[in-house]
Design a binder for this molecule. Structure first.
Ligand SMILES: [Zn+2]
Length: 167
């Protein structure tokens, strides 16, 4: 049986506009609504909720504790609103939905990954780095970019390594 996807909106996704899946149910926590109200006018926020397009639910204490514990383990930092938002996503998963955290915040995206929750971004691409290959000489330790098989300095066959660089 396929589980229904539901969007879980963070402050930035509410401010930056709707994600494309208009028909999916949308959820957020009261703390995020408060944050978003600072930027989005109260009237447009009201419209969003009056049309029943966004459900504002409290996160359960158990899920909040679970998120805080995991956050401590990975040494991450999230705002109170964001911790509660991730906790709400866990709650929804517990209710048989498939929550998708909609956020451009890398900290939130990372937390979602750690908890095996799906996420998607609204504005920015959801990746921070690109992979490339380089050759590392086991003898002299020099790095060579590109498709080089032997160390140009000492002739030793190079070891291929993945190198990550930020975009
Ligand atoms: Zn070498």
């Amino acid at each position: 049986m396929r589980r229904n996807r539901a969007l879980v909106l963070d402050t930035s996704s509410i401010i930056n506009g709707y994600p494309p899946e208009e028909t999916l149910e949308k959820f957020t926590v009261p703390e995020v609504v408060e944050e978003a109200k600072a930027t989005v006018t109260a009237s447009s926020m009201g419209v969003l909720m009056e049309r029943g397009e966004m459900r504002v639910w409290d996160a359960s204490t158990g899920s909040v504790e679970q998120v805080e514990e995991k956050l401590g383990e990975i040494g991450g930092k999230l705002s109170t609103a964001d911790v509660r938002l991730v906790a709400l996503a866990l709650d929804l998963a517990g209710r048989g939905l498939k929550p998708v955290l909609v956020t451009d915040d890398y900290g939130l995206q990372n937390m979602a990954s750690v908890l095996n929750l799906e996420f998607k971004s609204v504005v920015t691409p959801g990746i921070k780095s690109v992979f490339s290959w380089r050759g590392v000489c086991p003898a002299c330790g020099k790095n060579w970019d590109g498709d080089v098989e032997r160390c140009p300095d000492c002739g030793t066959p190079l070891r291929k390594e993945v190198s990550r660089r930020p975009i």
